[in-house]
Design a protein. Structure first.
Length: 202
């Protein structure tokens, strides 16, 4: 439901709080968390991780940014990743792209609304240019979703450059997954999974 002001949001919380408390042990949940999944998703308002996956409070540790990037130069992302993998000991790290991604579209067309977004998407811009050059058969209307999928797969591969992630995957303690969420059909597609077998074979 759309909200016109903060008061409406607060009233909605009152309406759903009884539903949450009826299905969850909030006393235990208030003391600790033990999620099995670290979800890296886009900040897009149409792709809310818990809603699209049907998961509940405490089941996923979540980090979101424009175009679901896993930049190892971004302290915000790295601190969340280190906590999820090193402290919470999640078993699965997911990077989820989605259809009609505005960040992917901006990088593909090199059309940025702000200088900050331009800097943030500078690496994907170069990668997208390479991907389209080497996949010339992709039709124009397919490019955004093609690049969104390419980006999700590229992000999990880049994570192996991090010592913590590489070690956890190599030891069989962590799996990396690239997913794609289609907004129109509300469906999730598994694009690629990296496990200890793939890492050792590389």
């Amino acid at each position: 439901m759309p909200f016109n002001n903060i008061g409406e949001i607060l009233n909605n919380v009152k309406n759903v709080s009884s539903q949450i408390s009826s299905r969850l042990d909030l006393e235990s949940l208030s003391k600790s968390q033990s999620p099995l999944v670290f979800w890296v998703g886009c900040a897009d308002s149409r792709v809310s991780p818990n809603i699209v996956t049907g998961t509940d409070l405490g089941e996923m540790f979540v980090h979101r940014n424009v175009a679901n990037l896993t930049s190892l130069e971004d302290d915000n992302f790295v601190s969340a990743m280190e906590y999820a993998v090193g402290v919470l000991k999640v078993k699965h790290l997911v990077v989820c792209g989605h259809s009609g991604c505005g960040g992917v579209n901006a990088a593909m067309n090199k059309a940025y609304p702000t200088d900050t977004i331009k800097r943030w998407l500078s690496n994907p811009e170069k990668e997208f240019e390479w991907a389209l050059k080497n996949n010339a058969q992709i039709e124009e209307h397919q490019k955004i979703n093609f690049l969104s999928k390419f980006n999700a797969k590229n992000q999990i591969k880049g994570l192996l450059e991090n010592e913590l992630i590489n070690e956890a995957v190599s030891n069989g303690e962590l799996q990396l997954h690239a997913l794609f969420y289609d907004i129109k059909s509300s469906s999730l597609e598994l694009l690629e999974t990296l496990t200890s077998q793939e890492v050792s074979a590389a």
